[in-house]
Design a protein around this ligand. Sequence first.
Ligand SMILES: NC(=O)c1ccc[n+]([C@@H]2O[C@H](COP(=O)([O-])OP(=O)(O)OC[C@H]3O[C@@H](n4cnc5c(N)ncnc54)[C@H](OP(=O)(O)O)[C@@H]3O)[C@@H](O)[C@H]2O)c1
Length: 322
Amino acid sequence: MDIKGIYTPSPERYDDSETLYRRCGHSGVMLPKVSLGFWHNFGAVDSYERSRAITHYAFDHGITHFDLANNYGPPYGTAEETMGRLMDDDLRPYRDELFISSKAGYDMWPGPYGNWGSRKYLMASIDQSLRRMRLDYVDLFYSHRYDPNTPLEETLQALVDIVRQGKALYIGISRWPLEALTVAEQYLREHDTPLLIYQDKLNLINRQPLEEGRLQFCHDHGIGFISFSPLAQGLLTDRYLNGVPDDSRMAKGRFLKRETLTPELTAHLQELNAQAHERNETLAEMALAWILHQQGVTSVLVGASSVAQLEQNMKCVHAQPF
Ligand SMILES: NC(=O)c1ccc[n+]([C@@H]2O[C@H](COP(=O)([O-])OP(=O)(O)OC[C@H]3O[C@@H](n4cnc5c(N)ncnc54)[C@H](OP(=O)(O)O)[C@@H]3O)[C@@H](O)[C@H]2O)c1
């Protein structure tokens, strides 16, 4: 930023394009191999200037994809408000260089219409998200989770209509089981809004999308795949190798519980850390590179509580092959 506080992105932000971007499935969209998530560290409880610095670092280094959801904060909605403020302060001139996603599927407002997968909820939620982010449209809108009680066709038609209304350019699905994902792929294709991307948790200690066939399904059907919590919320870094730091997500205790860090898991993480060092990499770099090495993966969707973390994580794009 200059002395007047005006942000000008680095003119070198696309210098590493050949290495950084990957095609998202069989679509026309290129995504950065490392994308930035706003689940934590971008809420009203967080320092705006730190969120802003992380966002600037990302965009300055070619990270064009920012991932949000209606309920990211805390409080709910405030990560999208931070995005809106960033748009006004810094990013609006670069809107066409950005690929911004949001989602609806988890509890967002009280009563029967603020959760799950009904048309009523999705239609209201996209309008709220656009208002908070001060955007005319999102690039990508997701169903955030599978709803076993709403007909899949109701959810899917609402997603199609959101695209038809110009409120989103593409549709994504997150955390749907394979059977429902199969229905979604067909429905969306037949309604001229092919499924762009599937978002699920794949990392070195949770390989379910690989083992249960969802990654293969995406690869076979030309759907991109983006891995959330690729560092297992920080476990696959040097953060917890020697206990629980006071400023860590685990110390805050809401989404990453202390009970997770068993002696067995610590021993496994230490083993992985030693393997990473043999490769001259940090554990975080190796963990991200491993995901990117899996056939069908488009991008790893990292979180970061500091610029230094993001800087380290981005090195994975230059990691040696497995
Ligand atoms: N679709 C879904 O249901 C769903 C679910 C979860 C997440 N997501 C998306 O995925 C994104 C990423 O999720 P996540 O935040 O769990 O990802 P993650 O990358 O696995 O974890 C991020 C956390 O790990 C720590 N960390 C990151 N890099 C580090 C480094 N180099 N060294 C040490 N510690 C490091 C930081 O925690 P500290 O705070 O401890 O520093 C950071 O906040 C979210 O923002 C969201 O967009 C989607």
